[in-house]
Design a binder for this molecule. Structure first.
Ligand code: 5AD
Ligand code: SF4
Length: 487
């Protein structure tokens, strides 16, 4: 999670640690411990003895890309370390979704200006790398590798060039059919395993850099995905989160031809998997069979993240979101008609060029109609290589801030009210954290709500427990464990 994200909720993974500004945590474990797969003896390992530090900015996809990059490095014999000053090679996996996020990368890079000539290797990966390209070498000449995520497949080869003294090595092509397949992925979250099923994006929302930075949509073969899920279950993971910028646009490229809901059902059927999550869904490709799959399959979590961006048809059209307010609300009505209560969260942009008071009021009224369980709201930020940057009617920053604060306060009140209705109810949670000072365990319900609860048990991390809600807060609930069964 980038610090400029204006959220009123705890980001989906905060307690599990995925929103940390870096992907550190298990730095000193060996690759065998992390992956359960040994490196084959005799394989060339050019990095043997060298160490790397990898810092991650941005979304869940970036966090998971970093896990894969770390896996590639470890497979080549590099050792992961916790601090950049201990490392021979320093990588930044970057985010450019909003201007502040991109600026942060350059200010972080600036910290290492003094290390130029020290022999350390610096590399910039991800969206800023793709967006700024070789310009990065001009702004930060101590950087010797710039590689966008669509070229990660080539990363080992690019690294080899840097290792043998190459300067200004780039991987910036977007015209690839490849997805980033790795033999070994370093897993930084011990309880939830991330799995990319589709990379890139074929939509063309007028505000968004992602199609430019991540390239066209590429779905992975279903057999490879399912093999990965079985491998994760063998490693002891019970929860997997399927990732994609438009995860529900998934189309199996092989003869098997699974669509997204087929894939969900197949993943949920893998023995040992108890929870399947997926993010992010695009409303246009959100079909009824996804709701039916969730409704009929307890392993599919009761939560859909369905970014609406705006409640105004005029703004939706200017954003080129390809659906209207009513079409979006119709999809919400399918979700609401499910037998299981399914929570819905969303992303909203405020202050898009030309957004009038009336348009903004439409967004507030849509929020009220839907009754979101979580809203991630952002001030519109003009981005390079997007159509919206040229649109007239820029909204001044103070007005954007006013709208954002108003929206967030509305949602805060809505969440308190929603959580109050849950007091007294019992939820199964996967325990993924501990608040030592408060003597509480932290767990997530299938609906992705956080329950911080007390228990007489001393070791609950990673297990499933039942907690009764005793108190409601805006972002989480407080509870106590009940003896319905622990496993
Ligand atoms: N300005 C503000 N927010 C943006 N997002 C994407 N691009 C921009 C931008 N230019 C938001 C959208 C998206 C989320 C990941 O980031 O709400 O769903
Ligand atoms: Fe960006 Fe739109 Fe693609 Fe989402 S669907 S990644 S907002 S272009």
């Amino acid at each position: 999670m980038t610090s400029d994200q204006q959220t009123i909720d705890v980001r989906l993974d905060s307690l599990a640690g995925a929103d940390r500004p870096d992907a550190r945590g298990l730095g000193e474990l060996t690759v065998e411990q992390l992956s359960g797969r040994a490196i084959s003896p005799g394989r060339p390992q050019p990095g043997t003895g060298k160490s790397f530090f990898l810092e991650t900015f941005g979304c869940q996809m970036n966090v998971h890309d970093s896990e894969k990059v770390a896996g590639v490095l470890m497979e080549r014999g590099y050792r992961s370390v916790e601090r950049p000053d201990e490392a021979d090679i320093v990588f930044f996996n970057t985010c450019s979704i909003r201007e502040k996020a991109a600026q942060k990368v350059f200010s972080r890079l600036g910290v290492f200006r003094g290390a130029a000539g020290s022999g350390k290797i610096f590399g910039v990966l991800g969206c800023v790398a793709q967006q700024e390209g070789e310009e990065i070498f001009e702004r930060a000449p101590w950087v010797s590798l710039v590689c966008g995520s669509a070229s990660y497949r080539k990363l080992p080869e690019l690294l080899a060039r840097v290792e043998s003294g190459g300067r200004r090595v780039t991987g910036l092509r977007l015209d690839t059919e490849d997805t980033f397949e790795t033999e070994i992925t370093r897993r930084d979250n011990p309880f939830r395993a991330y799995l990319t099923i589709i990379e890139g994006c074929d939509k063309s929302c007028t505000y968004c850099v992602v199609p430019h930075t991540r390239g066209p949509e590429r779905s992975r073969a279903s057999a490879a995905i399912l093999a990965d899920v079985r491998g994760l279950a063998d490693l002891g993971y019970t929860e997997v989160q399927l990732l994609g910028q438009t995860v529900n646009s998934y189309r199996d490229p092989t003869a098997r031809g699974l669509n997204f809901s087929d894939l969900l059902l197949a993943v949920a059927a893998v023995p040992g998997i108890r929870r399947v999550r997926f993010t992010t869904s695009h409303p246009m490709d959100f079909t009824r069979d996804i709701v039916s799959a969730i409704d009929s399959t307890p392993e599919l979590c009761d939560h859909v993240h369905l970014p609406v961006q705006s409640g105004s048809d005029r703004v939706l059209c200017a954003m080129r979101r390809t659906y209207s307010r009513d079409e979006y609300l119709e999809k919400v009505s399918w979700i609401r008609a499910a037998r299981r209560p399914i929570s819905i969260s969303t992303d909203i942009i405020v202050g898009f060029p030309g957004e009038s008071d009336e348009d903004f009021a439409d967004t507030l009224s849509l929020m009220e109609t839907v009754g979101y369980d979580g809203v991630f709201a952002f001030k519109y930020s003009p981005r390079p290589n997007t159509d919206a940057q040229f649109m007239p009617g820029a909204i001044p920053d103070e007005e954007q801030s006013r709208r954002l604060a108003l929206l967030q306060e509305r949602q805060r009140q809505a969440q308190i009210a929603r959580h109050e209705t849950l007091v007294g109810k019992v939820f199964e949670v996967l325990v993924d954290g501990r608040h030592e000072s408060r003597g509480q365990w932290a767990g997530r319900t299938s609906c992705n709500r956080i329950v911080n609860f007390t228990s007489s048990q001393t070791d609950l991390l990673g297990s499933y427990a039942y907690a009764r809600v005793t108190q409601a807060g805006p972002n989480s609930m407080i509870g106590e464990q009940v003896a319905l069964g622990i496993n």
